[in-house]
Design a protein around this ligand. Sequence first.
Ligand code: NI
Length: 172
Amino acid sequence: MSLRNILIHPDPRLKKACDAVRHVDTGLQKLANDMLETMHEAPGIGLAAPQVGVLSRLIVMDCTAKDQEPEPMALFNPEVVWVSDDMNTYSEGCLSIPDQYEDVTRPAEVQVQYLDINGKERDEHFDGLWATCVQHEIDHLDGVLFIDYLSKIKRSMITNKMKKLKKELARA
Ligand code: NI
């Protein structure tokens, strides 16, 4: 496995709709494992392929608490097929928008269809942090970031901070 470089917003690749995966081959399995390693290392609880510059419909997540057994998941072509009427608000962050956290309200529970790392069709119900995380990550596959749910003024403040951060990183 190897670590991948995580793109920082703003980047045109983070605003693109990603292509469906045709089938889960060894190259994509390796990508999923690299993404899981990159996510754990960051550390984070979710990562989408466009965040490492790959415009394919793949997300990885592990929302287990630190004292629990890890439950790494890779989801190819994930699709939300049901959402609850109940909503939940979480303070969200994103590895492509480091150190910025804002409240986002989303459905509290979702049903998601996807292909697992073996290419097997799955149907899973998510709630709590997992539900927020899976929706946040699927958004990435359509070029949507959590800051897109904020007011224009908040979004541009955060974007300006990230532009500054990228300049600093480029100089370092
Ligand atoms: Ni994110």
